[in-house]
Design a protein around this ligand. Structure first.
Ligand code: PHE
Length: 330
């Protein structure tokens, strides 16, 4: 009988070792230690033994059972540790690895340039005024000394708005001068910036582009003030104190004299960057300013053009294609 216990015990331990899951361990446990298990058969068989033998065998059987129960628990623990070890190997995570940064955008080249301009002019005392992209003919042309039949309207290839008589997409930011002067008395100093529209499209012309408009009206304002203002602005913009400005006589109905503005290029030579002039007395009268008392200058520059010059960009259309390979460079 004792021999039998020893054999059963060895068999069970061997089977436990082979069990690869908790369920399998339980099966082995039931097979040997369960109510209908091998050890119970031994207990039942004890009755046929002498008292002396009953005691020895019974005791041995109980001790062995105890040991085997311990072995069952140990095997379960072992399997659990193995499982966790495997998970740790396969599913580990390095908590110290830095995270994936969400991509952050930045201001478009044009927007940040507009902010720079606003700052440069603010330091010279120019207030910023906003305007409307859908403008009235009256402000875009008439008040600027461009009457209905004036050929100068042909200089600016206007987008008229269907079904909205007298409304158009502003062809220049000059209309903002009028809005401002109608509401404010001299002396005054403003700039205005934004999108303007003309039927024109090639590498250096886009049907939509950006302008900066400046206006300064007061007593004794002269072309010298205009030149100084533009020179300072361009030196700041191009970050080059050697930039020079020159005026060429030109024609815009709302200024007299009218001027083309050129500046020395950071890459050599002269570049045309906008129009300017002394505000026409008719315009001053239109907004109720006394042309005998007040004079003023006005200018309008292409923002996109200035950026192209600054960065050596050859094609204006790049600004509006929104190709990240371009945008990310600035
Ligand atoms: N508005 C003119 C244009 O777009 C530029 C300009 C502005 C000229 C102010 C003179 C004075 O062509």
């Amino acid at each position: 009988m004792l021999k039998k216990i020893e054999t059963l015990s060895a068999e069970m331990l061997a089977e436990l070792k082979k069990a690869t899951s908790e369920a399998e361990v339980k099966e082995v446990e039931i097979k040997y230690l369960g109510r209908k298990g091998a050890f119970n058969d031994i207990m039942k068989a004890l009755s046929s033994l002498s008292d002396e033998e009953k005691r020895t065998v019974g005791k041995e059987a109980n001790i062995t059972k105890g040991k085997l129960e311990g072995a069952v628990n140990k095997r379960i623990e072992e399997l659990e540790t193995e499982k966790l070890g495997k998970i740790a190997d396969e599913e580990w995570m390095d908590m110290t690895v830095s995270g994936i940064k969400p991509e952050r955008g930045h201001r478009h080249l044009i927007s940040s340039f507009i902010e720079d301009l606003e700052r440069i002019f603010a330091k010279m005392g120019f207030a910023y005024v906003d305007g409307k992209e859908i403008e009235e003919e009256h402000y875009n042309f008439n008040q600027l000394n461009i009457p209905d039949d004036h050929p100068a309207r042909d200089m600016q290839d206007t987008f008229w708005l269907k079904d909205l008589p007298g409304k158009l997409l502003r062809t220049h930011t000059s209309a903002n001068q009028i809005h401002h002067m109608e509401k404010n008395d001299p002396p005054t100093r403003i700039i205005s910036m934004g999108k303007v529209y003309r039927k024109d499209s090639d590498a250096t012309h886009s049907p939509m582009f950006h302008q900066v408009e400046g206006l300064m009206v007061g007593e004794h304002i002269s072309m010298a003030n205009l030149k100084a203002t533009l020179t300072h602005m361009l030196r700041q913009v191009f970050e080059d104190d050697s930039i020079k400005v020159r005026f060429r006589v030109s024609y815009f109905p709302f200024v007299e004299p009218g001027l083309e503005v050129d500046c020395t290029s950071p890459r050599g030579g002269w570049l045309e960057i906008g129009g300017a002039g002394m505000v026409h007395p008719n315009v001053l009268e239109n907004v109720g300013y006394d042309p005998n008392k007040y004079t003023g200058f006005a200018f309008g520059m292409g923002i996109d053009r200035m950026i192209m010059i600054k960065h050596g960009i050859k094609d204006l259309r790049l600004f509006f294609e929104n190709d990240l390979r371009f945008i990310e460079q600035f």
